[in-house]
Design a protein. Structure first.
Length: 221
């Protein structure tokens, strides 16, 4: 994996995506970072190629090659307008992302999911995220990484009251929680981004699921 690589970040203005974007542009191995976005990116760099998010849904217009696709996209049921719209949006974006990956020759795919996903879950959010995983697992990438973090600690515009309270309570205790209960402890957005970068640079092939404990371990490397 010593060759120069082209990255694609879906969700580059999100909590994990922003952190990942900063890391990718700092690495000489990545010569271009493609990022469709609805908002202004948090940083500017000559490596970054940005364009309107809507172009994602016209993959035949994306005339470039990509080696590594980082899927950091995620919506909420509140912003989507309900369970049905949330499911429609999440699956629509997942299918379009897969089409873009095929169109641009992606070999390595990294998906940010969530802890507790299951097609049998009684929680609609977790059930939909399981469907998103299934869509992307159906393609034979050389390497597919799925990250399932617990509560994400990050500064975000859209935080539900429960998330806000949990973040404020957890943040001061984060080192202790991650040391003694790494399987369930909250993780910082930058830790997830760092774990993704470590996997990308190590270059292993196959199908990997990174649960919360492994994310914390990889982020420390």
């Amino acid at each position: 994996m010593g060759q120069k690589r082209h990255a694609f970040i879906l969700g580059a203005t999100g909590a994990v995506g922003q952190q990942l974007l900063r890391r990718l542009v700092e690495r000489d191995r990545f010569v271009k970072v493609h990022a469709p976005t609805r908002r202004e990116l948090p940083i500017q760099n000559k490596k970054i190629v940005s364009y309107p998010f809507e172009a994602l849904f016209r993959p035949w217009e994306l005339e470039f090659s990509v080696t590594d696709f980082f899927y950091c996209f995620g919506s909420t049921m509140a912003s989507a307008g309900g369970v049905d719209e949330f499911r429609r949006m999440e699956l629509s974006v997942a299918h379009e992302a897969l089409m873009v990956a095929k169109q641009t020759g992606v070999k390595r795919f990294y998906l940010v999911s969530v802890q507790g996903v299951s097609p049998q879950s009684m929680v609609p959010y977790l059930k939909v995220k399981a469907e998103v995983e299934k869509v992307l697992k159906n393609h034979a990438f050389q390497a597919l990484y799925v990250y399932r973090p617990s509560l994400l600690i990050a500064a975000r515009e859209e935080l539900r009251l429960t998330e806000l309270v949990l973040q404020r309570v957890s943040r001061p205790m984060l080192p202790i929680l991650q040391r003694y209960i790494p399987g369930r402890a909250p993780v910082r957005a930058e830790q997830v981004a760092q774990a993704m970068l470590v996997d990308a640079l190590q270059g292993e092939e196959g199908h990997f699921v990174r649960e919360n404990r492994q994310i914390i371990e990889l982020a420390s490397l």
